[in-house]
Ligand binder design. Sequence first.
Ligand code: G6P
Length: 611
Amino acid sequence: MCGIVGAIAERNVTPILVEGLKRLEYRGYDSAGLALIDVAGRLERRRRVGKVASLEQALAEQPLSGALGIAHTRWATHGVPSEANAHPHFSHDRVAVVHNGIIENHEELREFLKGEGYVFTSQTDTEVIVHLLHLRLRELGDLTLALKAAVQELHGAYGLAAICLDQPDRILAARSGSPLVVGLGLGENFLASDQLALRQVTDRFIYLEEGDIVELRRDSVQMWDVAGNPVQREVVRYHDGAEAADKGAYRHFMLKEIHEQPSVVQRTLEGRLGAQRVLVENFGPDAAALFAKVRNVQIVACGTSYHAGLVARYWIEELTGIPCQVEVASEFRYRKVAVQPDALFVTISQSGETADTLAALRSAKQMGFLSSLAICNVATSSLVRESDMTLLTLAGPEIGVASTKAFTTQLVALLLLTLAIGQVQERLEAGIEAELVEALRRLPTRLEEALAMDKVVEKVSELFAEKNHTLFLGRGTQYPVAMEGALKLKEISYIHAEAYPAGELKHGPLALVDADMPVVTVAPNNELLEKLKSNLQEVRARGGELIVFAEANSGLGNGPGTRVVSMPSIHDCLAPILYTVPLQLLSYHVAVLKGTDVDQPRNLAKSVTVE
Ligand code: G6P
């Protein structure tokens, strides 16, 4: 999704802005641009459709140099990806604005501003902001006052930054529904939608809160809260993840992130396991008292995070006997929900900024849930700030658009949650918690073993390079794992992939099975294995080619049309975490064979901050 970078300094800020945009590339975008007040005192810009590299090329051909600038990567919402729609947008060549989010009343504002004589040159909702700001500036004569007035008239979500030729001593920015962070330098200051964009220039950050307005000058930062009162926000030093925007020895971020799973799972477990139990205190000081009251769990999330929720439902109901519902956020937020008594509302999100998940949380607050808990990877995100409780996944920044390490750490966090509730309510079967705590401690090693299967999985991936359709099968907790495997394959290799609970095979998908449609099955050793074996027979009988991930002692063997990939043995409860890994590797290798853009698949964004 869109990204913002801004800088005010004594030196030329163009390289800082371009580097910042590159660091935001992981969010997905389709055009890029920057504007600055150049050394000759003109407001100039360069914009390009496509990658930041094209913008860099444009800057090489027509260089820009100046000490005050804003830059943007745009993911089209209103208006096609084009140079005219790319940010920064200008008004009368004096004011420039970049914006993330959506202005919902842009049509009325556009009509109003046309009436005031403004001429629009783009189809974007953003252009109303820059003309409105220009109008208020004409009336008030001061950019800071003008922005404060203009935001009062905007409905919707925005993180925005503005500069003005007549007041080249400042950058103005405002946040409402779309994250912004200030980066503090010495005699220079910066702004971005994600601190990752500024890691090359500072490690000191101030996170804007909802409704905040900030005025950045070279040597000062002034802020006002939603009520317009001057406010000081905490300065946070950021150390972790400095190296995350670097692929290291890996060819793609996705592969690097797949391989980070043992260590980030380890990190997510650190400090959270006692000798034989989960440390409930990690969920917050009131968690134990609150968990004692929980009679229902409602999970809401999007995409991969939703799949993590689906696995958790099996765990919660099986281990604690507490009913659990799971729903995608975009559905939950728009229907009349019958809230169960004493229900805990749980959101799962890597970014903590997904618009639908955040909106679901906000509406849940009006619905009478007992409390809200966020399972989230970004400590400073809106979701974390707005939830009653948080359990952070400590996956570190995830750059590949297709989520990998965020998912496995979410599963770990959800199992901790399950055990915490079960423990507090004494609902767990005797001995199971100690057994699972022990299994969790060994999980990083099991994940290493799964990663060691990389070469085998790479070989298997050759089967898929020429295929257009695939089917993923699983039973129990492996059904959501199959869903996640199918999602990964379609996201990055563009092969059509569907997941089915294996028992549903003969109720439809079997009709599709033939030699051109490989069937991938995740089959850990459990009470469902025998049933799964019959499903596999059904596939073989139709000439379908089978790829089965199973333990060596599963009784499943290679044969004509059947390829069994041997998995490390694992506690059945943790099998969904382990079996996810070879499916990630499989989709990665298929995508590499097909030559697709693994880290930034077409049409997809890492962080979906609009509906
Ligand atoms: C986008 C990403 C997915 C992610 C989903 C939910 O679609 O491409 O990888 O699973 O958003 O994001 P969240 O940050 O809320 O987990």
